[in-house]
Design a protein around this ligand. Structure first.
Ligand SMILES: Cc1ncc(COP(=O)(O)O)c(C=O)c1O
Length: 383
């Protein structure tokens, strides 16, 4: 059987990883400034993470949600403590798309309405509901095209209000920093305006922190820069450092009922211990602060480079370790060189944005190494 061929892949097969580094089958070492698409939060193969999963495997790896699993409560308690959302409740699933599917379902159950607002540039996942909220017609099938989603461009407050005024909307979903769009954040105060509008028109505010959450932005959640409290928050990627998991955090104003949501694999024993160990490491190693400090330092160095090479670098943006570098023209050449010559993985968005999403455990010497390599390549292509 062949694989269904949907991915464009780099011709590299990682076989080993540690901290911020990856090795291929020939023993070539690569620096990971991409974190497997913002997934690697505490660093590859962190010993506490590995030990927690191995120990759990020896005990019990799975049983269904029809029995008590106190690991889920331990995870929820720890997540509440570290995120500042102890009064919220947690529904566990397996991916970011699922976390969002559950969020829209909860909002729809709660408000008894079916329409949603999302925003230009948004990415919320590829499952039926999540993809219909995503601003990318190229990945919609006919089945996903419905009249229940209004995609509002340019973060226009007036358009949001005009839609919400109809009273037909269950909720508004937004990424506080859009990742797939190329590290794009709405203007300052936009989240506060959304909070006011959703509250006054009876819609729920869902914040998609699948990529920006879990410390990546330099705060536990990126929306915490704005001071708002959403009704629902969704998480996945960094939550278990690569073990599949998703979470929907739900405000105490929303009441659950038996059978309202469900899943076979969500909240399984292995996923829970992986996620608990991630939170323990984030806490013990102060990784949210590290993401803030290292992210600020990295951004500072990149801004200096932008000033030095204004014909090459158009913009540097983002928070913490979620940074976008926009090039004046396509960055394919740099991307190829950075991988082939400098042995560094970076992400991309659109054709012109380099996305940096390294493990939150990155240190200054690694940032300096990256900047030196990146600078060498800019000198090379501009000469
Ligand atoms: C903001 C955001 N939401 C949702 C998703 C979907 O997550 P998953 O691929 O785990 O379904 C992604 C994935 O890139 C994302 O960046």
């Amino acid at each position: 059987m062949n694989l269904f061929d949907v991915y464009s892949v780099w011709p590299i097969e990682p076989v080993k990883a540690q901290g911020c580094y990856i090795w291929d089958e020939n023993g070539t070492k690569y620096l990971d400034m991409y974190g497997g698409h913002a997934v690697i939060s505490v660093g590859h193969c962190h010993p506490h993470y590995v030990e927690s999963i191995k120990n759990q495997l020896d005990r019990i790896s799975f049983y269904s949600n029809s029995v008590v699993n106190s690991l889920q409560n331990r995870l929820a308690t720890k997540l509440g403590e570290l995120s500042g959302y102890s009064n919220f409740s947690l529904f566990l699933s397996n991916s970011g798309a699922e976390a969002n599917e559950n969020a829209i379902k909860i909002a729809s159950f709660h408000t008894k309405k079916r329409k949603f607002i999302s925003f230009g540039g948004s990415f919320h996942g590829r499952t039926v509901g999540a993809v219909s909220l995503t601003d990318n017609p190229a990945i919609w099938s006919s089945y996903n095209c419905n009249n229940d989603v209004t995609i509002i461009k340019d973060f226009c407050v007036e358009s949001v209000e005009m839609s919400l005024k109809t009273g037909d909307y269950a909720g508004v979903i937004i990424e506080p920093i859009q990742g797939v769009a190329g590290i794009v954040a709405p203007h300052k105060d936009f989240l506060n305006q959304l909070r006011l509008l959703t509250s006054s028109y009876g819609a729920l505010l869902i914040i998609d922190e699948v990529q920006s959450g879990y410390g990546r932005s330099g705060r536990f959640f990126a929306h915490q820069y704005s001071g708002i409290t959403p009704d629902i928050i969704t998480v996945a990627k960094g939550m278990a450092n690569g073990f599949p998991i998703g979470g929907t955090l739900i405000s105490p104003s929303i009441t659950p009922s038996k059978g309202m949501l469900g899943t076979t694999f969500g909240g399984n024993h292995l996923a829970c211990v992986a996620a608990i160990s991630v939170l323990e490491i984030i806490e013990q190693e102060s990784l949210v602060t590290n993401a803030y400090n290292m992210g600020s330092y990295l951004k500072e160095q990149l801004v200096k480079m932008k000033d030095q090479y204004p014909d090459v670098i158009a913009d540097v943006r983002g928070e913490g370790l979620m940074i976008g570098v926009e090039f004046m023209s396509g960055f394919e050449q740099i991307r190829d060189l950075i991988l082939k010559e400098k042995k560094i993985f970076v992400g991309s968005a659109k054709k012109s944005v380099m996305r940096l999403l390294p493990p939150l455990s990155i240190d200054k010497s690694i940032v300096d190494h990256f900047i030196t390599c990146f600078n060498d390549l800019i000198v090379k292509i501009t000469n």
